[in-house]
Design a protein around this ligand. Structure first.
Ligand code: GLA
Length: 672
């Protein structure tokens, strides 16, 4: 697709409707000063345009788009369907969603609509049609932004309309009621259904809904929101040739919707990312989100960071400002991992409304603030590295496999251990690689795995035949497969695969688990590598594999904890325990040594290094997240050589990166 603005896009959400007209002139002047090249316009502007049913006041939006265009700023035009107007919600109060406990959301928020509601759909598409007709050919409109954080902002809807839509979805997926009964194992508790009307969403506060029903309801809910996205996209395409996307919320855990299945429907994968105050390694969470966003971008094509923050958001308990330099490090961290645009929420801090204390590119204190100075400096940095745009992150040799459905299944129902979040192992394995400057793609379970030397599969509870076969194929072709506990246990319907855990992966791993031993709070089991584990252990029986690490305490003493089965020139590893970072790091060191996967550079943990490559050059991003200066050298025999585009300094051999600093080195090396 044609990229919406030259170089690395820079900008944010722009809400001129919150300000008097004379402020807009200052806005565009300051946008130019900061190097803003694109803004997202109109995200929540349904009620300020369609002021009454069918009555539209386009004047302010006409004016804003023309003004931006006159100043050379591209528009990412949003369909404002995230927030229906008050008059519509008053006329049709049942548009808002009903929660699992029967509580209907009141108006006054946003993203509060039932995706199965025909009135909402009709009004939303009618407005999108008018919007696209009016601006579809406007030269400023370079990108369309459908709704806002579909799936992230929306809650699940359990109303009667959703129940009916769920039943239709089930008929489509399973073909017959008998097939549903079979897939869900409804013989248990005598829940057999004899008519479709007997099936409801998993409502209620307590109890234990059938896990297979729950899993299908999650899938239905993802598809229901995707249907809304696709309907809006189709309307837009009737009037505009500009590319269409929507802002995902890609993170480390199980998403609210299955974004990987949505990604092929976007012209460019776009996502929002906010760091969390209580995250003990915020930068790694950011890196993981980037690796996962790239992993779902078809062809690993450049993606767009649609939102992040210049400082404190307003939705956490204690909203933390970013440290000096952190704004640039965060933004460049996304670029390093494949973003060709970094945008913020939002351009100018709002005086009023729910988000009045949210940080912005232009804070309440105006241009004399530190944030403003750093925003202007970042804009200049992005211009200095403009030639990076269009290059790709170098091919990773390690893949970490993720699947939202596996996460939904893991986190729900009467599980052996209800305190395990899906993102936990994903974070831990990614962290060990991140600490070592080893690049990985975080890929959906549907991805081709051929190019990877090392494939890591954390807690993939649910797995279908196709994915199981592709994963088993990794060691057979000489690669190394690593599978953690609670993987391969259930089929795609959520039914346990008989014969012992880890079901689908037993044969390839050469082990089977006799019994799970989830640990109690405070309980720890020792390993023969000198570490201890909390939360999860298993009694593993070798069946072709050999033990790499053994348990040395509890009733499991002497039993294998980590195993390896050589398969030709490849290997299949099983990790049965929730390893701590030190122990996991030792396993990773051994895996890297055995597979020959190199580090991007040699540097201490906390220094991030990623390379982007293209026909025009090779660019090494270095981000020092620590508060000490660190030396970075090439990996193996390769020396660092090139020019830092941010400072202009020549780089030869060894590079000193000051605390908190970022460097982007155009390297004197050609890349295959
Ligand atoms: C989300 C939304 C934005 C804004 C930010 C604040 O990402 O998409 O509209 O509310 O959160 O952090």
């Amino acid at each position: 697709m044609t990229w919406p603005a030259p170089g690395i896009c820079y900008g944010g959400d722009y809400n001129p409707e919150q300000w008097p007209r004379d402020v807009w002139d200052e806005d565009v002047r300051l946008m130019r000063e900061a190097g803003v090249s694109i803004v997202t316009l109109g995200v929540f502007a349904w009620g300020t345009v369609e002021v009454a049913d069918g009555v539209r006041d386009w004047s302010w939006l006409d004016d804003a788009i023309d003004l931006l265009h006159a100043h050379g700023i591209a528009v990412d035009l949003a369909t404002p369907t995230a927030a229906p107007p008050s008059w519509l919600l008053t006329a049709h109060p049942d548009i808002t969603p009903v929660l699992a406990d029967g509580y209907r959301e009141p108006p006054g928020g946003r993203n509060a609509w039932c995706p199965a509601h025909p009135v909402y759909r009709r009004y939303a598409l009618r407005h999108v049609e008018e919007l696209a007709r009016r601006y579809g050919a406007h030269p400023a409109v370079r990108l369309w932004h459908v709704g806002n954080e579909l799936g992230g902002g929306n809650v699940r809807c359990y109303c009667d309309r959703s129940a009916a839509a769920f039943r239709a979805w089930l008929a489509d997926r399973h073909g017959s009621l008998d097939a549903v009964n079979e897939a869900w194992g409804t013989a248990q508790w005598g829940h057999r259904f004899s008519a479709w009307e007997q099936i409801d969403p998993p409502r209620g506060r307590h109890g234990a809904p059938n896990p297979s029903l729950y899993l299908d309801f999650e899938r239905y809910s993802s598809d229901a929101l995707l249907t809304q996205y696709l309907a809006e996209k189709e309307v837009i395409a009737r009037h505009s040739a500009a590319p269409v996307t929507t802002n995902f919320m890609v993170g480390a855990g199980a998403h609210i919707v299955d974004y990987a299945s949505w990604a092929p429907h976007t012209a460019v994968v776009a996502t929002d990312h906010y760091t969390l105050v209580d995250d003990e390694c915020r930068e790694q969470d950011l890196a993981l989100a980037g690796d996962r966003t790239r992993g779902m971008s078809p062809g690993r094509a450049p993606w767009l960071l649609m939102e992040h923050s210049t400082g404190a958001p307003s939705w956490q308990q204690r909203n933390r400002a970013k440290d000096p330099g952190e704004i640039a490090r965060n933004a460049l961290g996304h670029v390093a991992r494949g973003a060709d645009g970094v945008l913020f929420f939002q351009w100018r801090a709002s005086r009023a409304g729910a988000e009045q204390f949210h940080s912005a590119m232009l804070p309440h204190g105006g241009t004399r603030t530190r944030v403003w100075r750093e925003v202007v400096a970042l804009g200049a940095d992005l211009r200095r590295i403009a030639e990076v745009a269009g290059t790709r992150v170098e091919p990773a040799r390690v893949a970490v496999v993720v699947d939202d459905a596996a996460g939904w299944a893991l986190q729900h129902g009467l599980m052996p251990h209800r305190g395990l979040s899906y993102g936990r192992e994903l974070r831990a394995w990614h962290r060990a690689l991140w600490d070592r400057q080893v690049l990985c793609d975080v890929v959906p379970v549907t991805a081709a795995l051929d190019g990877y030397d090392l494939v890591i599969v954390p807690t993939l509870l649910v797995v279908d035949d196709d994915a199981a076969a592709r994963l088993a194929g990794v060691p057979e072709r000489g690669g190394t497969l690593v599978v953690t506990y609670l993987s391969g246990i259930c089929d795609a319907d959520g039914q346990v695969i008989p014969g012992g855990f880890p079901g689908r992966f037993r044969d390839v791993l050469g082990v089977w688990t006799d019994e799970f031993y989830p640990l109690q709070p405070g309980e720890r089991v020792a390993l023969d590598d000198g570490s201890t584990v909390a939360d999860w252990t298993e009694r593993v029986v070798l069946d072709g594999a050999q033990a790499v690490v053994r348990y040395t305490s509890s009733s499991l003493a002497g039993a294998p904890a980590v195993t390896e089965r050589p398969v030709g020139t490849g290997a299949a590893w099983y990790v049965s325990a929730a390893l701590e970072l030190d122990s996991l790091g030792r396993v990773v060191d051994r895996l890297l040594a055995e597979t020959g996967v190199p580090r991007t550079v040699e540097a201490p943990a906390g220094v991030e290094a990623v390379r982007r490559v293209g026909p025009g050059g090779s660019y090494l991003f270095l981000l020092n997240h620590t508060d000490a200066e660190h030396a970075v050298t090439g990996s193996g025999a390769a020396d660092l050589a090139g020019t830092d585009l941010l400072t202009g300094a020549a780089v030869a051999g060894r590079m000193l990166v000051p605390p908190g600093a970022a460097r982007v080195v155009r390297e004197h090396r050609t890349h295959p």
